[in-house]
Design a protein around this ligand. Structure first.
Ligand code: PMP
Length: 463
């Protein structure tokens, strides 16, 4: 019909004029979404889809209060941060109030990538200033399978990319800590991992200037760090002179329910916190928060910091509205309650399908389901469940983790109990359909083994 023709035309234009390696969700049957509200998306025919994965539309798609705040600012003034305007200081002060001391100085950027890139410049400046006589090159550490952004530096510290399809491999100044795997009981000691990275950095003639990590590993597969993991790790890193950067681009702003920032669950205070995605509810804004001492170290070189759109007048207007909505709609509390409900329902499902749901883990509305076969990653099975949820239930899920075998649930924070039940029902039905079709299931299991072997080969070659 007409809708299919319109979709084909959009796809055709995209194929001809948009970068070919820009990915689409559901590559073979992409969705044409035209509207969003709360945790729901609507296609061109008005068909609703339940969005279980968009952690950017943090307070709900197109939240009217946020949209109105941005629109009002755009119709009055939107310029760079070089004129006095109350919003920037107000937003920075509100962020500082939400963070533990001594984190209190804010730099605004446009994307999470830029925030992490800037964090590296800050860390490098601090390292050089701390010991100007030390001529060793500056090295950096990160956690395996992490993604920190798309700038050149961020790709260098994103094993998810440099060991992924088309990846160029690890560079010599980058040291990768193994990803803790609580489910399989591997690499649980943060202190030991830090010591090993520091030792390899020093053995190769460098000094570590920074350690980057998310406080819950999202691309790594929704990995909840073992208790005390970052505390020991940070202590070792700091003793070696490295600045500790917490990437809260995905897990910040109340998503984890029990805390406003995920690093708080680990009982640590980072030297730099980078943030992005959720802070603007879809408006492009991001940044970092650091201590007065670190900021002064960065500034002392004399170079100005300026980003045309970082902290532009509309950004703090948007960011302040997002913070208001989080508070007024008690979205952090909702994340805790609905997240706990998801975990309980999913664990009940796991008890019914123990051979294919290996692990259910999460904090608040940051939940992962590890799809397995005999405890081995089962990417083909995970992909089939995702596709079934979309086709039969219009529930949008996604996969991540080193083998793309972890189903992720990171919906807008207004996700309701009823919507959580809808998501669980889609998965339950998908698992039941699988069990009812042994030949389909056998074919998927065969594909799992091939996909896992291919990933392992690539990781061994590029790590
Ligand atoms: N850090 C993390 C943890 C992310 O998930 C992302 C984006 N997926 C980034 C950084 C980069 O953010 P952006 O895409 O806004 O540059």
């Amino acid at each position: 019909g007409a809708a299919e023709a319109a979709k084909a035309e959009i796809l055709d234009k995209r194929r001809r004029h948009v970068g070919p390696n820009l990915a689409l969700f559901f590559q073979d049957e992409p969705l044409h979404i035209v509207e969003g509200r709360g945790a729901e998306l609507f296609d061109a025919q008005g068909t609703p889809y339940l969005d279980c994965i968009n952690n950017v539309s943090h307070v709900g798609h197109c939240h009217p209060r946020v949209a109105a705040a941005v629109a009002a600012q755009l119709t009055r003034l939107n310029t760079n941060s070089r004129y006095l305007h109350a919003g920037l200081g107000d937003y920075a002060a509100e962020l500082a109030a939400l963070l533990p001391a001594p984190l209190e100085v804010v730099y605004m950027t446009v994307s999470g990538s830029e925030a992490n890139d800037l964090a590296w410049r800050v860390a490098a400046a601090v390292a050089r200033r701390a010991d100007p006589g030390d001529a060793r090159p500056l090295h950096v550490a990160c956690v395996d399978h992490a993604y920190h952004g798309h700038t050149s530096f961020c790709i260098e510290i994103s094993p998810y990319k440099f060991k992924g399809p088309g990846g160029g491999g690890r560079l010599a100044h980058v040291h990768v800590l193994p990803c803790p795997d609580v489910y399989r009981g591997q690499n649980l000691d943060g202190r030991a991992a830090a010591r090993a990275a520091i030792a390899t950095a020093e053995a190769s003639g460098g000094r570590l200037a920074a350690f980057f990590s998310e406080s819950i590993l999202s691309c790594g597969g929704q990995v909840i760090l073992p208790e005390g993991y970052l505390a020991g790790l940070y202590a070792e890193m700091r003793a070696a002179g490295a600045v500790c950067v917490a990437d809260e681009v995905q897990c910040g702003f109340g998503r984890v329910g029990r805390a406003f920032w995920a690093f708080e669950l680990q009982g640590v205070v980072p030297d730099i916190v980078t943030f992005g995605k959720p802070c603007g509810n879809g408006f492009p804004m991001a940044g970092l928060v650091t201590t007065r001492a670190v900021a002064d170290g960065f500034a002392s070189g004399g170079m100005e910091f300026f980003a045309t759109f970082g902290g532009c007048t509309a950004a703090p207007a948007c960011g302040l509205a997002v913070l208001d909505v989080i508070r007024e709609e008690r979205l952090q509390q909702n994340a805790a309650a609905v997240g706990a409900h998801c975990l309980a329902r999913l664990r009940a499902l796991q008890a019914q399908h123990p051979s294919h749901i290996g692990d259910v883990r999460g904090e608040g509305l940051m939940v992962g389901i590890e799809v397995v076969t005999d405890r081995d990653p089962a990417p083909a099975l995970a992909a089939a469940l995702k596709l079934h949820a979309k086709r039969a239930h219009r529930v949008l899920l996604s996969t991540e983790g080193p083998y793309s075998s972890v189903l992720k649930i990171k919906p807008p924070m207004c996700f309701s109990i009823a919507q959580a039940d809808q998501m669980v029902a889609a998965l339950a039905d998908g698992l039941a359909a699988l069990e009812a079709s042994p030949t389909h299931k056998a074919a998927l299991l065969e594909r799992n083994a091939a996909e896992v072997a291919a990933v392992r080969e690539r990781h061994a070659r590029l790590g």
